[in-house]
Ligand binder design. Structure first.
Ligand SMILES: *Cc1c(COP(=O)(O)O)cnc(C)c1O
Length: 387
């Protein structure tokens, strides 16, 4: 199943790796002075971690980033070379495996520093540690008050040969809201916390704080590296910031299904659980074999858009676990016809952003939640003849 012309499937998420590579190149042009970390956590936001990691590296990403160590270890086990960073640790995590796999490990507190130091001693190999500062996000990261102690202890472990402090980093809270007043103070706090560590003797390879919205719109945030997720998948971090095309980005995922049934029903016919939709007159219904088990949000009941036979249709009634219905208004596309839920938008289909709005969420959640029952079909896998 290498191309979209393969045997018809119930449903498929087609992943255009040429678009992903072009997005990586566009992002590098937005942040020309910085290295790029391709964030491939959560199975590359639902796009398939391994093929996306390979495509991002082919297009010039220097780093890969994941949330959990298990995600990073899986990339390494699959033979992905180079720098891979992971940052979401809990006590008793696979520190030793991570040290031996030569990963870069985000450390936000003393408990983590102690566990990584013990693992490095046991492994007999120094760990690569990136100290994370909470500059105002209020989530993970070391508070300014605790920073001196974390820096001091990390420097002692570095002097003992147990680790190398490879990075100082943080994360922005509101980079996706144009002009948000938290951005400037967060950047100032980051400079202070980096400055403090460097004065004490930390020599990081990379200092970084920018996510996709910051990479696209806040050049002051680029430092040595930008960590891009959503933009690499061709989606805008927020419609307030602009559409993907405004940044030279193209959506990578197209979600489509084959109509499982087309039938005539009279007016006044209830549709799907609860009969929240009742046909306004004689019409045809199309059955789309995708449901909330596949990641179609139940909150998009009565609202989600679908392209069928060249026309936008709307989810009629409730999204069920495995299927939903669209009112085809009397049209009779053959059973098996393609129903496109979202894609880049240039064939007239809706976008993931349209689904996000229909479901009251963000496009990140739409693509990331597409379930494992939907095969990912990667196309344009090879980068030949590209710029
Ligand atoms: C997920 C994540 C990113 C990527 O965010 P996008 O908005 O998708 O670019 C960057 N850094 C950290 C720490 C993350 O968890």
């Amino acid at each position: 199943m290498k191309t979209s012309e393969a045997a018809p499937l119930r449903a498929r998420a087609e992943i255009d790796l040429a678009a992903l590579r072009a997005n990586v190149r566009a992002l590098r042009a937005h942040a020309p002075g910085a290295q790029l970390m391709a964030v491939v956590k959560a199975d590359a936001y639902g796009h398939g971690a391994l093929p996306c990691a390979r495509a991002a590296l082919a297009a010039g990403a220097r780093w890969l980033g994941t949330a959990t160590p298990e995600e990073a270890l899986a990339l390494r086990a699959a033979g992905i070379p180079g720098r891979i960073m992971c940052w979401l640790w809990t006590p008793g995590g696979p520190w030793r495996e991570a040290v031996e796999a030569d990963l870069d490990l985000g450390v936000s507190g003393l408990w983590a520093l102690r566990e990584v130091t013990a693992a490095a001693r046991a492994a007999g190999v120094p760990a690569r540690v990136q100290l994370k500062a909470d500059t105002g996000l209020g989530r993970n990261g070391c508070s300014p008050a605790d920073w001196p102690e974390l820096v001091a202890e990390a420097l002692r472990a570095e002097a003992a040969g147990l680790l190398r402090i490879t990075g100082l980093w943080s994360h922005l809270a509101c980079a996706d809201e144009p002009g948000h007043p938290s951005v400037v103070p967060q950047l100032a706090r980051f400079r202070e916390m980096v400055g403090y560590a460097e004065e004490r003797g930390v020599r990081p390879e990379v200092r970084h704080i920018a996510n996709s919205p910051a990479a696209l719109t806040l050049p002051d945030s680029h430092f040595d590296l930008v960590r891009t997720g959503i933009a690499m998948y061709g989606l805008s971090p927020s419609p307030e910031l602009g559409a993907p095309a405004d940044f030279g980005l193209r959506p990578v995922m197209t979600l489509a299904a084959s109509l499982a049934l087309v039938k005539h029903v009279p007016g006044g016919h209830g549709v799907s659980y609860g009969h929240h939709y009742v046909t306004p007159g004689d019409t045809t219904l199309g059955l789309v074999p995708l449901g909330y088990a596949d990641g179609i949000p139940r909150h998009a009941s009565g609202a989600g858009p679908v392209l069928v036979g060249g026309k936008w249709r709307t989810v009629a009634g409730r999204v069920a676990m495995d299927q939903f219905v669209v009112d085809l208004g009397g049209d009779e596309p053959p059973v098996g016809s393609e129903a496109v839920l979202f894609g880049p938008g240039d064939r007239g289909e809706p976008t993931a952003e349209d689904w996000a709005q229909a479901a009251g969420t963000i496009a990140y959640e739409i693509v990331t939640r597409i379930g494992t029952r939907v095969p990912r079909v990667h196309v344009n896998v090879n980068a030949e003849r590209e710029a």
